[in-house]
Design a protein around this ligand. Structure first.
Ligand code: ATP
Length: 301
């Protein structure tokens, strides 16, 4: 049984359509990425499944049942970074989180601090923590009560590369410990690196969903270069069967349906358009390319 099932969820803010009939299932034990450019509806979706916002239409089930306060306890959530007290230690802050939220127990505090690798620094003041440590403390707070599922909104936002690596490692460890993680992100490489599944949203519409490797496997990507990249891109755009085309530095990328990128014909076609191709290869597809294909947005959209 899926951990979470969404059934045709729609939400409008006045005239703004934030979500339109979004349905998908989150399998148990997955790290499920909700990916989309800014404003595509990720936070709205997370707010609905956490019962912070009501949907206009459609519904969702956690563990096969409609939401209830009991079920809600099985879900740890981090929608925005909590306001911790700067002059208190990480441990003291979590004691406050525990007493305000009623989740978990005093005894559990050390365990969750250990789970996010803050055991050694639990008695240091929050103000002395790095950004990554602050975010790990926030995740520790949402681990109180041993939730089976963690819902995280952009968990690496604002972190430096070291902090990002720490959070990615932590998410992988949480998954190994048996948690299901649902996380929103607009960072393609992040989703590609740590998620097992992904739902791609564009302006509130679900445009692709499934295992990351399957979502990625739907296109072939051709990488090409020529003396005049603009002209090359124009030629590739006109090649029958070519999908989205984009330029990155002096390299031009064109996506094709799987198995539909005839390299020799592409080369000959470009030549016939007055473009001598100096480099032409079939690339291993990355999620970024699929995302681009589906949403028309480049990475960090
Ligand atoms: P981001 O990556 O920027 O956080 P997002 O994918 O999480 O974006 P949402 O925040 O869910 O997207 O927003 C979806 C759409 O709904 C956007 O057009 C946004 O402007 C709009 N929206 C969100 N919250 C409100 C609100 N309270 N009132 C009006 N419009 C809103």
């Amino acid at each position: 049984m899926p951990v979470l099932s969404l059934d045709a969820i729609s939400k409008n803010y006045g005239p703004i359509r934030a979500l339109n009939g979004v349905s998908f299932d989150v399998p148990q034990g997955s790290v499920y990425g909700i990916l989309g450019p800014n404003g595509s509806g990720k936070t709205t979706l997370l707010s609905i499944i956490l019962d912070v916002l009501g949907a206009d239409k459609g519904g969702y089930r956690w563990f096969g049942q409609p939401g209830s306060p009991e079920l809600r306890k099985k879900i740890g959530a981090l929608l925005e970074t909590p306001n911790f007290y700067h002059y208190l230690s990480g441990r003291e802050n979590l004691r406050i989180t525990h007493s305000i939220s009623g989740r978990g127990s005093e005894e559990e505090i050390d365990r969750v601090l250990g789970a996010v690798n803050l055991q050694d620094r639990k008695n240091s003041r929050f103000s002395t923590y790095s950004l990554g440590m602050k975010q790990r403390l926030a995740i520790a707070g949402s681990l109180l009560g041993s939730p089976k599922v963690m819902v995280l909104d952009e968990p690496t936002n604002g972190l430096d590369p070291v902090g990002i690596a720490e959070i990615r490692q932590l998410i992988t460890e949480l998954r190994q410990q048996g948690h299901t993680i649902i996380m929103a992100s607009h960072l393609l490489d992040e989703v590609e690196k740590i998620c097992t599944h992904v739902a791609i949203l564009k302006k509130g519409e679900l445009v692709a969903e499934g295992r990351v490797d399957e979502v990625m496997s739907d296109i072939d990507l051709v990488e090409a270069s020529a003396e005049d990249p603009e002209k090359l891109m124009q030629a590739l755009k006109e090649f029958p069967g070519a999908g989205a085309c984009r330029m990155e530095g002096r390299l031009v990328y064109a996506s094709f349906e799987k198995g539909m990128a005839p390299m020799e014909s592409i080369n000959a076609f470009c030549f016939s358009q007055g473009v001598t191709v100096t480099h032409l290869i079939l690339k291993k597809k990355r999620l970024e390319d699929r995302f681009f294909e589906l949403t028309g947005n480049t990475s960090h959209a």
